[in-house]
Design a binder for this molecule. Structure first.
Ligand code: GLC
Length: 553
C-alpha cells in the first residue's frame, strides 16, 4: 500500500464508478441486487475503464433509509450475501486493478444498533452519551430544530424522559461526537475494514457531525448542523485515522462553501482527499419544469473549479449527474433524453477533479416516471407525500413533484438487456424497472460505436490518459446564454476546447479568434466539423484540440 513520495496518490488520476448494490445485479433471483451479482459484473465495470468503485451501504441494517441506517458496521445485510462474499469481491476487484471504496455512515446509526439499544435504557448506561439527549422543555421537544426528512429532529424516549436528536429519520439517531469514545469506536471500524483490504471511504453526511452547542432555536435549519464552528476538531481527529493506511477519503460536504475548501481538502493539511460539493444542486430544481439554468450551473461549477487551484490533479471532486444519494434535487438531474447523458458526461468528466459515474449514467438511464405512491420505496418520498396530502395538496401535484425529485427516480434496477426485468433479475425486483429498458440497456449499446456507453468509454479513456485533462488549467468561456457550457483545459498555450449544448434547442458557438482549432477529437454529432462558427444540435457535445494564438504575435 505504501507509495513513494514522488508518485501522486492513485486517486488523483482516477475515475470512480458508484454502485447501488440493491439495484445493480441480482445473482440469486430474489429481486434484490447482491454482492455476488457485483462480482459477476466486474468484467463489465473493468470494460468501462474506471479505476475504483464506491459502493453504497450494504451493512447490517433494518433498511429504514436503504442501508444508511447501520445496525452493525462489521456485518453485512443478509439480503446482499455474506461477509465472505464481500472479502471475495474486494479481492476480485483488486485482481483487476480496481480499488474499492465503501460508504461510511457515522453521523448516525440505526436505532437498532446495539449502542443505541443500550443508550436508550438509562442515563447511567455506558452508551448513553454515544447519542444526543435533551430534557423536554415545557413537555415538548427542546428546540425548533428540523429533520432533513421533515418534522422535528427530536424524538421522545420514555425510558429516560429525554428527547434524542435525529437529523434524518427518527430511526437514525445522531452520534454524539462530543464524546471521545464515539471517535474511538468509529476508529476501530475503520481499522477493521482497512485490515480487510478496503482502499477508502466516502464519508456520509460528514459536514453535520458537529451540532450547535447552545441547542437554542435557530432561524435557518442549517445553523444547527451544517459545518458548525468547532467541527474542524472532529474532522482533524478523524482524518488522522485514515492516513496510516493511506485510505482515500471523500467527504459528503453539503453546505460547505468554497471559502472552506482549503481546510477541508488542502493536499497537505486538509481533512479529506476530496469532497462532494453541492453548490450547483439547487439550480437543478428548475429542471422540474423542464429547464436547467445553465448560466447558474456554469457559475457554480466554475466557482469550485477556480476556487481551489492546484497544479497536479485536484483534491476535490465535483459530483453531479444521475445520483440517488444526497438529496432529492440531485436525482432530478436525470437525463431526460438519451443524448443529454453524452453532453452532461463530456461537460463533467473533462473538468478538473476526480469524476464519479453513477451506475447507469453511462447508458443514459433516465428518471423513472411512477404514477402511484405505492410504486415508491424511499421513506423521504413517502414522508413528503403524507406531509403534502395533509397540507391539502392535490395528489396530482404531489406526484409531479415526486416524479421530479424523488431519490427513487434513480434507484431503479440497472438495465442490462431487453429480457424481462431488464436482465437485472428473473423475478419482480424490489422496485420497478424503468419501462424504457427495451430502448436503453447495456446489451444493445455494447456493439454500437455511437452508443452512449461507448461515448463514455472514450471520455473515460481520454480523461485518464491525457496529461492536459489531468492537470491543465480550467478556463470558462462565458457565453452569457442559457444553453451552452464551454470551457478549456489548457497547458502551454494549447489544450482542449469543450463545447456542450445543455439544452434541447439548437445553438451556435463562435470560437474566439485566439483559438486555432487543430482537431475534432470527439463528438456525438456525426456532422460535426472543424468550423469556427460551430452549429450545435440539441445536447451536442464536441471536443476540440486547439493552439492558443496571441493576437499581436
Ligand atoms: C446522505 C446520503 C443519503 C442518506 C443520508 C442519511 O445524505 O447521501 O442517501 O439518506 O445521508 O444517511
Amino acid at each position: 500500500m505504501n507509495q513513494s513520495s514522488s508518485q501522486p496518490p492513485w486517486w488523483q488520476n482516477a475515475i470512480g464508478y458508484q454502485i447501488y448494490p440493491k439495484s445493480f445485479y441480482d445473482s440469486n433471483q430474489d429481486g434484490v441486487g447482491d454482492i455476488q451479482g457485483i462480482i459477476e459484473k466486474i468484467p463489465y465495470i473493468k470494460s468501462l475503464g474506471v479505476n475504483f468503485v464506491w459502493l453504497s451501504p450494504f451493512f447490517a441494517s433494518p433498511n429504514v433509509d436503504n442501508g444508511y441506517d447501520v445496525s452493525n458496521y462489521e456485518q453485512i445485510d443478509p439480503q446482499y450475501g455474506k461477509l465472505a462474499d464481500v472479502f471475495e469481491m474486494i479481492t476480485k476487484f483488486h485482481d483487476k486493478g480496481i480499488k474499492v471504496v465503501f460508504d461510511l455512515v457515522i453521523n448516525h446509526t440505526s436505532d437498532q444498533h446495539h449502542w443505541f439499544e443500550e443508550a436508550k435504557k438509562s442515563q447511567n448506561n455506558p452508551y448513553h452519551d454515544f447519542y444526543i439527549w435533551k430534557k423536554p422543555v415545557a413537555g415538548k421537544a427542546p428546540n425548533n430544530w428540523q429533520s432533513l426528512f421533515g418534522g422535528s429532529a427530536w424524538e421522545y424516549n420514555p425510558q429516560t424522559d429525554e428527547y434524542y436528536y435525529h437529523l434524518f429519520a427518527k430511526q437514525q439517531p445522531d452520534l454524539n461526537w462530543e464524546n471521545p469514545r464515539v471517535h474511538q469506536a468509529v476508529s476501530e471500524i475503520i481499522d477493521w475494514w482497512a485490515s480487510h483490504g478496503v482502499d477508502g471511504f466516502r464519508l456520509d453526511a460528514i459536514s453535520h457531525l458537529k451540532k450547535l452547542q447552545t441547542f437554542a432555536d435557530v432561524d435557518q435549519p442549517d445553523e444547527a448542523m451544517n459545518d458548525v464552528a468547532g467541527i474542524d476538531d472532529f474532522l482533524q481527529e478523524l482524518s488522522d485515522d485514515f492516513k496510516p493506511d493511506h485510505l482515500m477519503t471523500v467527504g459528503e460536504a453539503g453546505g460547505v462553501p468554497v471559502s472552506r475548501a482549503q481546510q477541508w481538502v488542502d493536499e497537505q493539511h486538509g481533512y479529506f482527499n476530496m469532497i462532494f460539493q453541492f453548490d450547483h444542486v439547487s439550480f437543478w430544481e428548475k429542471f422540474t419544469v423542464g429547464q436547467v439554468d445553465v448560466a447558474q450551473l456554469r457559475a457554480a461549477l466554475t466557482r469550485w473549479q477556480n476556487g481551489w487551484q492546484i497544479t497536479a490533479g485536484t483534491p476535490y471532486s465535483l459530483k453531479i449527474m444521475i445520483f440517488p444519494e444526497p438529496s432529492p434535487t440531485l436525482a432530478t438531474i436525470l437525463i431526460t433524453v438519451k443524448k443529454s447523458a453524452q453532453a452532461l458526461g463530456m461537460m463533467y468528466l473533462l473538468m478538473k477533479g476526480t469524476p464519479f459515474v453513477y451506475q447507469g449514467q453511462e447508458l443514459g438511464m433516465t428518471n423513472v416516471s411512477f404514477d402511484h405512491i405505492d410504486q415508491f420505496r424511499d421513506l423521504d418520498s413517502k414522508h413528503f407525500y403524507q406531509e403534502k396530502l395533509a397540507a391539502g395538496w392535490p395528489v396530482a401535484k404531489i406526484m409531479t413533484s415526486l416524479r421530479a425529485k424523488s431519490r427513487d427516480n434513480a434507484r431503479t434496477p440497472m438495465q442490462w438487456s431487453t429480457s424481462k426485468f431488464a436482465g437485472f433479475s428473473h423475478t419482480q425486483p424490489w422496485i420497478e424497472v424503468n419501462s424504457n429498458y427495451p430502448e436503453i440497456n447495456v446489451a444493445d449499446q455494447q456493439p454500437s460505436p455511437q452508443s452512449t456507453l461507448n461515448f463514455y468509454r472514450q471520455l473515460i479513456d481520454l480523461r485518464l490518459t491525457d496529461e492536459t485533462l489531468l492537470s491543465g488549467q480550467y478556463h470558462l468561456i462565458d457565453t452569457h446564454d442559457h444553453q451552452l457550457y464551454v470551457y478549456t483545459r489548457e497547458a502551454n498555450n494549447s489544450g482542449y476546447l469543450v463545447v456542450t449544448n445543455l439544452s434541447d434547442q439548437p445553438a451556435e458557438f463562435q470560437v474566439p479568434d485566439q483559438f486555432k482549432l487543430t482537431n475534432l477529437v470527439l463528438s456525438n454529432d456525426p456532422a460535426a466539423a472543424l468550423d469556427s462558427l460551430i452549429a450545435l444540435k440539441p445536447w451536442a457535445a464536441n471536443l476540440y484540440m486547439y493552439m492558443y494564438e496571441r493576437k499581436n504575435s
